[in-house]
Design a protein around this ligand. Structure first.
Ligand SMILES: Cc1cc2nc3c(=O)[nH]c(=O)nc-3n(C[C@H](O)[C@H](O)[C@H](O)COP(=O)(O)OP(=O)(O)OC[C@H]3O[C@@H](n4cnc5c(N)ncnc54)[C@H](O)[C@@H]3O)c2cc1C
Length: 364
């Protein structure tokens, strides 16, 4: 640590970026105070970080199709960085990272959607060689519990997923064990060196703003993009990896979690409405799920959730460095995919490391 490295850093927002940064800074022996508007262990009755609603997919190829090649490159970095980070956890935690690839399928009548997905993939990443087409037999070998009439698919071998809620809990345990100073139920506004809450104004060597959409009052260019998820539980189906279903009206994903649980999502709506999932969305998600395998009919829905993804106009992340204040935001639908690049970039600024990862992309 050089003499100019800040000794006491405040972080506003304990979602994905806030927890990761707090943890990494504490590991580097920096004093950290973390301010969170909600609870550090929120239930689904609370308004909580988008990080809790996310499905946890680390899907550089699938996401490149709806974004650009830089998202793919940062996603490839994430696939290496997550296992390294998870290896640094000191407290016991369940399995958090799985890298079994992902499978993209379409019903026979929608095969043109699958073909278009592949064309877009080749357009965005012409050099890509980490996926291959799979036929009916190979799909059944990969996921025997899917219904057997999927005749074509794509297997994206390098993709992975995180058990994200367990990860967020594990990060909080690490932060506590490393002596982070914690303030929950304390919404704050930020300025250079300054955190302002309802009751006080505190000064720090550096403030990092990780408030996601909560920063909108100070960054009006941020917008929220609504997403809805269904959480189901069934012992009838076992999936090894996330499966995406291509459909003319929506692209459904289903992500397996431990304990026979699955997260299903599809929606991306230009709205900042956080009200509960609509009947139409739940019917579409449920019926698409049923077409993946009729055995899902008996699955129990134990949670539905709605949240807003924090995004800038171009749907790409940004880091802004000012004296006494760093702002990191705009992770949109790629939070877990892009957080390693964003966090490592912020850390390299704080520790004035010569090489700044993805500097030219993250600081436009
Ligand atoms: C339905 C859905 C599915 C998703 N699926 C995936 C996926 O599969 N893979 C993927 O990579 N990404 C996914 N994402 C995206 C991912 O969740 C976000 O990109 C990521 O959570 C953004 O991280 P963040 O730390 O910037 O914000 P958040 O995780 O939203 O955290 C912000 C935190 O700041 C706190 N806060 C707000 N205002 C204040 C304030 N004034 N003072 C103090 N604290 C404050 C909030 O309470 C919150 O805890 C998904 C998102 C949604 C909604």
């Amino acid at each position: 640590m050089s003499n100019s490295t800040p000794k006491h850093i405040a972080i506003a927002g304990a979602g994905l970026l806030g927890r990761l940064l707090a943890w990494q800074l504490l590991r580097a022996n920096i004093r950290v105070t973390l301010f969170e508007a909600g609870s550090f262990n929120p239930t689904n009755q609370d308004i909580r970080a988008a990080a809790f609603t996310a499905a946890g997919m680390i899907a550089p190829l699938s996401e490149a199709v709806v974004s650009d090649v830089n998202v793919y490159r940062m996603g490839q970095f994430a696939l290496k960085q997550w296992p390294q980070w998870l290896g640094q956890l000191q407290q016991p935690a369940p399995s958090l990272f799985f890298q079994n690839g992902s499978l993209v399928v379409a019903h026979p009548q929608d095969v043109s959607e699958l073909e278009q997905f592949e064309r877009e993939l080749q357009f965005v990443i012409p050099e890509c060689n980490t996926y291959h087409r799979v036929n009916q037999r190979q799909i059944q070998q990969l996921e025997p519990d899917l219904q057997p009439n999927f005749s074509q698919g794509l297997f994206l071998a390098e993709e992975g997923h995180l058990n994200n809620r367990e990860l967020l809990a594990a990060l909080m345990r690490e932060i506590q064990a490393l002596g982070g100073r914690l303030h929950e139920h304390m919404p704050v506004s930020v300025g250079p060196h300054t955190i302002v809450s309802e009751h006080s104004e505190e000064m720090f060597d550096l403030v990092i703003d990780c408030r996601g959409l909560g920063a909108k009052n100070q960054q009006p260019q941020l917008r929220g993009v609504r997403g809805e998820t269904l959480h189901v539980e069934t012992k009838e189906i076992h999936l090894q990896r996330p499966v995406r279903l291509m459909h003319p009206r929506y692209q459904l994903y289903i992500v397996p979690n431990p304990d026979n649980r699955f997260i299903i999502g599809a929606t991306q709506i230009e709205s900042e409405d956080r009200s509960p999932i609509t009947l139409q969305s739940s019917l579409e998600l449920g019926s698409a799920l049923y077409t993946l395998s009729p055995a899902f009919a008996e699955a129990r829905i134990f949670e539905t959730e709605t949240n807003l993804r924090p995004a800038y106009m171009d749907n790409l992340p940004r880091i802004k460095i000012e004296t006494g204040l760093i702002t990191a935001n705009g992770l949109f639908r790629h939070g877990y995919l892009l957080a390693p690049a964003v966090v490592e970039n912020v850390l390299s600024h704080i520790f004035t490391k010569p090489e700044k990862i993805f500097n030219e992309i993250l600081h436009q």
